[in-house]
Design a protein around this ligand. Structure first.
Ligand code: CA
Length: 508
């Protein structure tokens, strides 16, 4: 039996270590190097492993995460009340040097059963998507979705489901403001998500600012747009009947789709965190990063996102850009977000939540250093603006806010066909549009939420499994879920969140 791990230190440079045990560390506990714990320290929190003087740096992951506000003695608890946030890395002073690309061995022979699309993308589900151009028709969409589920779906056994893509955009917005491009292209690109087989149907009202033609990909096809205000219908049920008959045409086509064997290179995996804790950067994110590297080696695509959670680690990401253009694009997205936050009189420290802090994440810098680990070690081949469609295989940075539903919605628009979501505090997060594998950062959560979590990466902290073993397990789970062989917890329980658009433009 392996001896119990009392604290976890990730770099020799670190002057703090994290407590992995569910019961925390009791006062008086002796650590490996004769260090005595001075006060009770809860699970996920940090203990000083050397004396740290006022003004000195707190080092975790070999990087500065904060400055000590007072002297901290070895063995004392290091939390957000004793430290201050350092300034973020200065974008102008990070110089780009083209990295020497290390050849990695291609990973061959891994496949999944997916639905091939005409545009070359591959779905992991076969769904009818009903989008709309304005929130006014959300009620009609909901009504029709329920009716289709009950009356039509049983006739089309190869169709996995029907989803209504309701949102809050479409009217009462400054549609020509520069920021409007983000929600508009998001809606347009979501309709192109591989899981909808190129068959999204758009319901419009008729008088709204956002024209359905601008978000549908095949406007010339008279089965793709329906206007509720069309004068040919009298009464609500006539309207519903019209939508039902359009939907049926799409269902007939979707029902022809069958799963076929596809190479792992057809995966487009969106990585995200929500409700992070101090274990995120030790367990779940390193395992996700390992799986991300496997996907990239197999020729597939991985996206990581959440600008405020990479901002403080940008100096570690820029050197991984494949060329200067990508490095500049990374800086550009950071700068755009700095300005966006400034406009709202906030900064990146607004990111950390009370739950993050209770989980041991004292600052956004600490959160960011743990967060970027999920990108693995591959070169960054491209940077996508919010809601842009993926263009290149390999590791992509898709710029999004960090809020779970906004990030998930934007990654859907970028074309993800699988979602991997790491959580430490616990969230029931799920999306109807794409399978979401939920990975727990600690075993306490996986045990308590045994039916909500798909994979327990907490076993890394206890020493039961290595990062490599857990990374392979996640990679194989991604293939099984993508094939429809395994159903994720959120789908079993039908726990699905709303789409939430990112709209940096003004309302009118
Ligand atoms: Ca998030």
């Amino acid at each position: 039996m392996k001896s119990e791990i009392l604290v976890i230190k990730l770099s020799d440079l670190d002057n703090v270590a994290v407590v992995p045990h569910a019961k925390g560390l009791q006062k008086g506990t002796t650590l490996d190097d004769e260090l005595i714990v001075q006060e009770y320290i809860p699970m996920g929190h940090k203990v000083a492993i050397t004396d740290i003087l006022k003004g000195e740096s707190i080092i975790r992951y070999g990087q500065k995460i904060a400055t000590a506000d007072d002297d901290i003695k070895a063995g004392q608890w290091v939390n957000e009340h004793k430290i201050s946030l350092p300034v973020p890395p200065d974008l102008d002073s990070i110089l780009y040097v083209k990295p020497t690309v290390q050849k990695t061995e291609p990973l061959e022979g891994y496949t999944f059963e997916g639905y091939k699309n005409n545009d070359g993308s591959v779905g992991t589900k076969n769904l009818l998507a009903i989008s709309n151009s304005v929130q006014c028709v959300a009620g009609l969409t909901e009504f029709v979705v329920k009716k289709i589920k009950k009356e039509l779906l049983p006739k089309y056994p190869n169709v996995d489901g029907v989803v209504g893509l309701n949102h809050s955009y479409g009217c009462g917005v400054a549609i020509n403001a520069p920021g409007a491009i983000v929600p508009i292209r998001t809606l347009k690109n979501i309709a192109l998500n591989p899981n909808f087989g190129g068959h999204a149907l758009v319901i419009g009202l008729g008088c709204e600012k956002l024209r359905p033609e601008s978000i549908v990909n095949n406007a010339s096809d008279d089965t793709s747009i329906f206007y509720m205000q069309s004068e040919s219908n009298e009464g609500f049920m006539a309207i519903v009947d019209d939508v039902m008959s359009l939907a049926e045409k799409h269902l007939e086509a979707l029902n022809e789709r069958k799963r076929v064997t596809c190479p792992a290179s057809d995966l487009v995996v969106g990585m995200q965190c929500g409700g992070s804790d101090a274990f995120s950067g030790i367990t779940a994110n390193p395992a996700a990063g390992f799986a991300a590297d496997l996907i990239v080696r197999a020729g597939g695509s991985v996206m990581f996102s959440e600008v405020t959670e990479v901002r403080d680690a940008i100096h570690l990401l820029i050197p991984r850009a494949v060329d200067e253009e990508v490095a500049d694009a990374l800086k550009r997205e950071m700068l755009w977000y700095d300005d966006y936050l400034k406009l709202g009189q906030a900064d990146r420290s607004a990111n950390t939540s009370p739950g993050n802090k209770r989980g041991g994440l004292s600052t956004i810098v600490e959160k960011a250093l743990g967060s970027i680990v999920k990108s693995g070690t591959s070169p960054i081949v491209d940077v996508l603006g919010p809601g842009e469609k993926i263009r290149k295989k390999g590791l992509n940075f898709a710029a999004t806010p960090a809020g779970d539903f906004v990030c998930g919605t934007l990654q859907l628009a970028s074309g993800m066909n699988m979602h991997v979501f790491m959580t430490g505090r616990g969230t029931p997060y799920g999306l109807a549009e794409v399978p979401v594998i939920k990975v727990s950062t600690n075993s306490v959560l996986s045990k308590r939420w045994f039916d909500l979590i798909d994979l327990d990466a907490g076993e890394i902290a206890t020493g039961a499994k290595s990062i490599e073993e857990m990374g392979w397990e996640l990679f194989k789970m991604i293939l099984d879920v993508a094939s429809g062989k395994m159903q994720v917890a959120a789908d079993k329980l039908e726990l699905h969140n709303d789409l939430v658009l990112f709209n940096p433009g003004p309302l009118t």
